[in-house]
Design a protein around this ligand. Structure first.
Ligand code: ZN
Length: 416
C-alpha cells in the first residue's frame, strides 16, 4: 500500500528561531525552506500528489504557487523542484474538488497532458468531475439527479480522450483513469468501462465524504468486475483502520492530507503516535493570533500582561522539558495565560496527559529529538507544520505495522 501526500507547498524553515519566534533575516524561502521528506529522518510518504489546480490556480484562487514557483516547477520538473529522493514516486491530477461547483472541468485533455509531461510525473490521472452525492442501495431517495449522471459521463468521456491522446503521442507517464459514481453499482460500472478502455490503474474519486462502510460497499461491487491486474487508488482517503480491507479489494495506493492537517486543524488529536493521539498545548502568539489581537484592540485584554503570560508559558514549558520545573508549574503558567486572554474551552486535562507522557521524547522522526517540546506546542506554522510532518512519519510507520499484523487473503485461505 503506497501513501501519496498531496502537495500544498507545505514547508518549514530550518533556521527558524523558536526562542524569539522569528525567521532568520538571511532566509530565502525558495532556497532554504524544506519539505517533509527533507527534514524527517523516517520516510514521510511513498509518493507525492501534485494537482494542476494547486499549481496553476483556479477562478476561486486556490493556487498555492507564485508565478516564479510555477515557472521553476516547469523548468526543473517535479523531481527537481521538490528535491525528491529516488524512492518517492510522483502522481499528477487535476484537483477536481477545486472546480466541483463548475458545470464542467476547466481543463482540456491537451492542457492536462502538457502539465504532466512538462512536470515529468511518473503517473497522471485523467480529468474527472466529482459527484456531490451518494445513494446507499435500498434508500428511498428517488431518482438520481441528471447532473450526477452527466458528471459520470463527463469523467468517462475525458478518460477515453485522455488515453487515446496518450497512445497517439506516446507520453512517458503512466495513465490513471478516474472513476466517479454515486453508489456501488455506478462506481463498479465506471471501473468496468475504464478497464475496457485499457486502464489498469484506476483512481476512485469523490469518496471523501463517504462513510467507511459505503466505501467498502463500493469496493465490494468493484471486486465483482475488477480484473486481477487492475490497481485501485483512493483519492483523498486515509481510514487507517480499514486499510487492510481496502488492500484485499485491490487498493494499492491512497492519498490524504488528514494526518498532516490534524496537527493544526483538529480540536484535540494534534500529535500522533502509533497507538494514540495527544492534544498539542495551545500557547497563542500575542501579535499573530487574530482573535487575541481583536480582544486587545477592544480593550478586553491587556497587551502587556498577555505578552508576559505568553513568554512565561513558553519559558516554563521549556524548563519542564529539560527537568528544571514541575509539570504543575508549567501547566499552571499555560492555564493562567488562558484565563487572562479568556479562553472559553480549556483542555487542561488533555494538556496534563500530553506533558505527563511527553511523547516527543521517545520519537525518532528526526524532528521531535531536535525540537523537543516545541513540536507539541500549538502555535504558528513552524511548530504546527513540523508536528504535521511528524504525524506523516507516524502514519507511514502505522502502515508498515498493519502489513505485518495481518496475512494477505490468499495466505489466509491457504493456511486455514
Ligand atoms: Zn516525531
Amino acid at each position: 500500500m503506497k501513501f501519496y501526500f498531496p502537495d500544498s507547498q507545505d514547508q518549514v524553515s530550518p533556521t527558524y528561531d523558536f526562542i524569539h519566534d522569528e525567521y532568520s533575516p538571511l532566509r530565502v524561502r525558495q532556497r532554504d525552506d524544506r519539505y517533509a521528506h527533507e527534514v524527517l529522518t523516517l520516510p514521510a510518504y511513498d509518493g507525492l500528489l501534485v494537482s494542476k489546480a494547486i499549481v496553476d490556480g483556479t477562478i476561486q484562487g486556490v493556487g498555492k504557487y507564485s508565478m516564479p514557483q510555477r515557472q521553476r516547477l516547469y523548468r526543473l520538473g517535479v523531481r527537481g523542484f521538490f528535491r525528491l529522493p529516488e524512492d518517492v514516486v510522483t502522481l499528477g491530477d487535476c484537483g477536481a474538488f477545486t472546480y466541483v461547483n463548475e458545470p464542467e472541468p476547466p481543463y482540456s485533455v491537451g492542457e492536462v497532458i502538457d502539465f504532466y509531461n512538462r512536470c515529468g510525473f511518473d503517473a497522471g490521472v485523467s480529468i474527472d468531475h466529482v459527484i456531490l452525492g451518494y445513494r446507499r442501495p435500498g434508500s428511498n431517495a428517488g431518482e438520481v439527479p441528471d447532473e450526477w449522471k452527466e458528471r459520470r459521463r463527463i469523467s468517462l468521456h475525458f478518460a477515453e480522450k485522455f488515453l487515446t491522446a496518450i497512445h497517439e503521442h506516446g507520453t512517458p507517464f503512466e495513465p490513471v483513469g478516474a472513476a466517479q459514481g454515486w453508489d456501488p453499482e455506478s462506481y463498479a460500472d465506471s471501473v468496468k468501462e475504464l478497464q475496457a478502455m485499457g486502464y489498469s490503474r484506476i483512481a476512485l474519486g469523490g469518496m471523501v465524504p463517504l462513510k467507511t462502510p459505503d466505501i467498502l460497499a463500493c469496493l465490494a461491487a468493484i471486486a465483482d468486475i475488477r480484473e486481477t491486474d487492475t490497481q485501485l487508488h483512493l483519492l483523498g482517503i486515509t481510514r487507517i483502520d480499514s486499510m487492510n480491507e481496502f488492500a484485499e479489494f485491490g487498493v494499492t495506493s491512497f492519498d490524504s492530507t488528514s494526518s498532516f492537517r490534524q496537527s493544526f486543524m483538529d480540536d484535540r488529536d494534534n500529535y500522533h503516535t502509533t497507538d494514540t493521539t495527544y492534544s498539542a498545548i495551545r500557547v497563542p502568539q500575542v501579535d499573530a493570533n487574530v482573535s487575541l489581537k481583536k480582544a486587545i484592540l477592544a480593550g478586553k485584554v491587556s497587551q502587556a500582561a498577555a505578552v508576559t503570560a505568553d513568554r512565561e508559558s513558553l519559558k516554563l514549558l521549556r524548563e519542564f522539558d529539560t527537568g528544571r520545573c514541575s509539570l504543575d508549574e508549567a501547566l499552571d503558567a499555560v492555564l493562567r495565560y488562558e484565563e487572562l486572554i479568556g479562553v472559553k474551552k480549556s483542555y487542561a486535562d488533555l494538556y496534563r496527559r500530553t506533558l505527563d507522557h511527553a511523547p516527543w521524547r521517545h520519537c525518532v522522526c528526526g524532528l521531535c529529538a531536535k525540537h523537543g517540546i516545541e513540536i507539541a506546542i500549538f502555535r504558528g506554522s513552524e511548530r504546527n507544520k513540523r508536528r504535521g510532518f511528524h504525524n506523516l512519519s507516524v502514519l507511514a510507520d502505522k502502515m508498515k505495522s498493519l502489513h505485518a499484523a495481518r496475512p494477505r487473503p490468499l495466505e489466509r485461505i491457504a493456511s486455514g
